[in-house]
Each structure stands twice: as structure tokens, then as C-alpha cells.
Design a protein around this ligand. Sequence first.
Ligand code: PLP
Length: 396
Amino acid sequence: MVKKNWSAQTELIHGGNSRSQFGETSEALYLTSGFVYDSAEQAAARFREEEDGYIYARFGNPTVRAFEERMMALEGAGAEDARATATGMAAVTACLMSQLQAGDHIVAARALFGSCRYVVETLMPKFGVACTLVDGKDLSAWEQAVRPETKVFFLETPSNPLLEIIDMQGVADIAHAAGARLVVDNVFATPVLQKPFQFGADMVVYSATKHIDGQGRCLGGVVLGNTSYIKDELANFIRQTGPSLAPFNAWVLLKSLETLSLRVDAHCNNAERVTQFLVEHDAISQVFYPGHESHPQYELAQKQMTRGSNLIAFEVTGGQEKAFALANALDIALISNNLGDAKTLITHPATTTHAKLPDAAKAELGIKEGVLRVSIGLEDGQDLIDDFAQALAQTR
Ligand SMILES: Cc1ncc(COP(=O)(O)O)c(C=O)c1O
């Protein structure tokens, strides 16, 4: 197909597709781990990287490549190349390890998904890479944390679970002035609602397990960046250490991208209605939703995101007992720590996703006993509001 100047929605349907000789409509699934060569000379030329072509699925596979190319097309300017990984955590770990070495230093926002925090705070220091955690909302804290050996800044915006917003351009300017690179985990916003490269990010990482799959079926991840970083640093790290995405999962994710922007829009429609209901409810003391004017960083969220996405955090009056009672009383919303699914999922971060954080770190992040995080799904919006209304009535 001849490449045109397509909009994102068209890229989501056609981007990255290369038809086989059979002319299939839907993307082909190349469920193969190996590839054969016409001759021993050709095999040698491929290994010497003198000839293009696949070698082994740990290094690359046509279905995985189609997913990477569709992600690049969706992400747009700045995403010159990409590598898919087996999970979102594999993407985060590979992105960091491929560009850091003993003696380097990371500055990261303290409001991170628990496993991301483990990687920067516990894993990387084991290999001699020091880490400073800062209040990501405070630009002066990023500036003060810089050391001569600082190489990477890492953040999530909106953050998991309390949906803090970080000024990406402000942080990128500080990183670049210090000669460091900015890595943004864009899972909560999705590539539909927020484009971190437009705000100075050098690399963008995703858990494709979330909205990209969107139907809770398979794990996946992806790292996007400029050609030299992907080809010279990340590709070889993935080739040698093997956090590669399975072709079958790549095919599921590739097909899921076709409906991503439609799903994300419908998620946002529902999330906006549920937020309004929760804001007005007297048993809820606080609601955090980047798309609602009550969010403390609403203006920044408006600047960086086109809509608020589908994650809402809120605090129930009455602490953990009431929060558990509410989660247990919901009929439609299921208790699950996953997110970005067609099904509405609710979790109690203090005892699940962030359970391993010491109490002091939870307190610092505002992860209180009464806080719940809900990932709004694609059910009927009024049914979701009715479900929250009946569950809140039961737990009075
Ligand atoms: C912000 C964020 N980053 C990374 C991940 C890790 O993704 P995965 O579960 O696909 O490894 C998650 C998972 O919940 C997440 O919420």
C-alpha cells in the first residue's frame, strides 16, 4: 500500500500492514520462532547485518514488526522506531537498562506504579545505578536532584494510582539542560490522548496489556524513541537478553489498535459521567480525575491531554472498611488490579498495586486507606452510575 499522509485513525487500521502473497484482508500471524535462508552465504550475510531480513523471533518477527510500526504511526513525530516487549515491565526495564551503566544516576517521580518504583529504587541500584525519587509535580525538586552523572529522568503522567499530572516540557527542559534523557511511561493517558514526544520526551514506554489490548487477553509492551537509541542501544539489549513479544500476542495487540481510539473515546465518555456522579456524592470525600475541573492540576492536564482517560481515584469516607465494602457491593465493576479493560475494574491500591510500599511512602503519595482506583469500562454509562449508587447506598 502506498503511504499517504493519513490521520491517526487511518493509521490505526492500516499502519504497519504488509500483505503476504495471498493478499489476506486481516493482518497475517507469523507464528514462527525461526526463519530459513536460501543459502549459507545468505545466513552469514544476515548475521553480518549486510542483508535485511529476519533471523530469529527473539530479534524480530513480521507480526511483531507490524505492531511496532502501527505504534510508531500512532505515536507520530519523535517515534522514529520502536521495539515491542513481552510486558510493560519488560519495556520499562529494557528501556532503562539498555542506556544506563554502573556509576550513572536516575531521577524519577516518586508517584509510580509499584513495579516501576521497584525497578528504579531497588533493582537499578543493585547494578550500581543510583536513584533519587522526587515529587514529580515540583520542577525545582527535579532540578535539585541533578548530579553530574544523571543520565535519565523517568516519570508517569497521569500517575498510578492518584492521577498526578507532571509538566513534561518543564521536566524535559531540566533533563536536557543536564545532558540527560526523559523517559515517559504513557500507559494511563494512552497514545490517543497524550503524545509525550510533543512535550520533550526522548523515549515513551507502554504496557500494551492495558488499553492497547483493551480486552484483558494478553500481556505486552513497547518502547518508542529515535532511530539511534532504538537501533544502537535498545535493539541489541533485547536481542541478547530476550524480553521479546510473542508473535501471537503481537497479532492480538495489532488487531486491537484498530479500535483503540474508538474505545478510548467511549471510555472517556463513561469516565466523565461517573466522575460527575462521584464528585456530587456525599460519601466520597475526594475525587481525582484529570478531565474534571476539581483536579488540582486541571489546567496542566488540559494542556497535555485531549481528554481525562478512564482512570478515576476517589476516597471513600470511612477508610479501608468502607472502601472494601463499596468494592464488594458493586455488581458490574469487578475487583481487579488490571486497567484499561472493556470491563470496569476496581482496586484498593494500598492493599494491592502499592501494598509493598512502606507506610511512610504511601502517606507521602496520598495512598490512604479509603482510596479506590477504578478503571471505567465500556458498559452503558447509566448502568455504571446506577451500580455505584446502589453500592454506596448499601455501604452507608
Ligand atoms: C503505569 C504502568 N506502567 C507499567 C505497567 C506494567 O505493565 P505490565 O503489567 O504489562 O508489565 C503498569 C501495569 O499496571 C502500569 O500501570
